[in-house]
Design a binder for this molecule. Structure first.
Ligand code: ZN
Length: 61
């Protein structure tokens, strides 16, 4: 099991963001979580929202 598969500790701040890797976009979180590489940033944002449905406030752009 990868460390990223572990549940985030209670009280951890979930500030999600997206990073670009070449032609891929990856969702990241301040808790250390990161999503799979996606071919579109929208998909990466969807991953971020799925990870952090409550604190998933992403900046537009
Ligand atoms: Zn998180």
């Amino acid at each position: 099991m990868l460390p990223s598969d572990l549940p985030a500790p209670a009280g951890a701040l979930h500030r999600t963001d997206t990073a670009e890797r070449g032609s891929f976009a990856v969702a990241r979180c301040s808790c250390g979580w990161s999503g799979p590489a996606r071919r579109s940033r929208e998909r990466a944002r969807s991953d971020a929202r799925a990870h952090s449905p409550e604190g998933g406030t992403l900046p537009e752009g």
